[in-house]
Design a protein around this ligand. Structure first.
Ligand SMILES: Nc1ncnc2c1ncn2[C@@H]1O[C@H](COP(=O)(O)OP(=O)(O)O)[C@@H](O)[C@H]1O
Ligand SMILES: [Mg+2]
Length: 257
């Protein structure tokens, strides 16, 4: 379980004359084991900063983040991060890029059968020997996801992982992630500015206000699972979408409500 408790992050300005930036303001979020939770909000509202603090890349200025009751002081093996751009090594094959996830853990005995199993899991069985430049953007992101998952993390932290993809690929990747998550039962914290994507994937959607990023609403999404694309057309889906868009677009009114 992840507990973000009254976390604030202030970035000091490099230039003394400029004021410092409050990236996250007094945010509290709890994510339970096995949950799929999305954080949505306008660009610049502090989503990435919040995710990086949970990943252990950044420290909160105030407040604390607990993982199963212990304060997060840095990165750890139980958490894996998938970034917006697939961070692959161009000179390594798909197989070796995925194996890197394991090599970082122990250099010697890479379990190549396990590597092949994960490459297969993300649908790239026929691309084991290919290099990243020979793959589409969606396929590259699948490699990143396989690499993040191969160490069996309890928690997958994803920062707009499909943000750079075209609409069609993006929707395929959403379906792919839903399937994968259902078979793995891991906890996912997913950052996106795409409201539809957040509703489609999540058990809960946490809505942040524009900068300084505050948590303004935590909405349980009670659409039945497994979810198919046609859920996007249902009245319930549209009601969630309307609610969240109005919060993001009119934060002042929403906060006062
Ligand atoms: N390392 C940093 N140093 C200074 N300012 C930063 C840093 N990282 C983010 N910020 C600022 O914090 C705010 C929130 O950024 P970010 O978390 O990237 O937002 P989002 O991911 O929601 O688009 C922005 O104003 C951004 O410029
Ligand atoms: Mg971001």
């Amino acid at each position: 379980m992840i507990e973000v408790r009254k976390v604030t992050k202030v970035f000091a300005s490099v230039n003394k004359k400029a004021s410092s930036t409050i990236a996250v303001d007094d945010a509290s979020i709890t994510v339970h084991d096995g949950e799929f939770v999305s954080i949505v909000g306008a660009s610049g509202c502090g989503k990435t900063t919040l995710l990086h603090m949970i990943a252990g890349f950044e420290r909160p200025t105030a407040g604390e983040i607990l993982l199963n009751g212990t304060r997060i002081e840095g990165p750890g093996r139980e958490r894996s991060v998938v970034f917006q751009q697939p961070t692959l090594y161009p000179w390594l094959t798909v197989r070796k890029n995925v194996a890197l996830g394991l090599m970082l853990k122990s250099r010697r005995d890479v379990d190549w059968e396990l590597v092949d199993e994960f490459v297969d899991k993300v649908g790239l069985k026929n691309f084991l020997k290919h290099h990243p430049h020979q793959l589409s953007g969606g396929m590259q992101q699948r490699v990143s996801i396989a690499r993040a998952l191969i160490t069996s993390p309890d928690i997958l932290l994803m920062d707009e992982p499909f943000g750079a993809l075209d609409a069609q690929t993006r929707s395929e990747m959403q379906a792919f992630l839903l399937d994968l998550w259902q078979s793995l039962h891991s906890t996912v914290l997913f950052v996106t500015h795409d409201v539809e994507e957040a509703i489609l994937l999540s058990d809960r959607v946490v809505v942040m206000s524009p900068r300084p990023g505050r948590v303004i609403r935590d909405i349980a999404i009670s659409l039945p699972r497994p979810r198919q694309w046609d859920v996007l057309l249902s009245d319930e889906f549209l009601a969630y979408k309307r609610e969240i868009l109005s919060l993001i677009r009119m934060p002042k009114r929403a906060e006062g409500a």
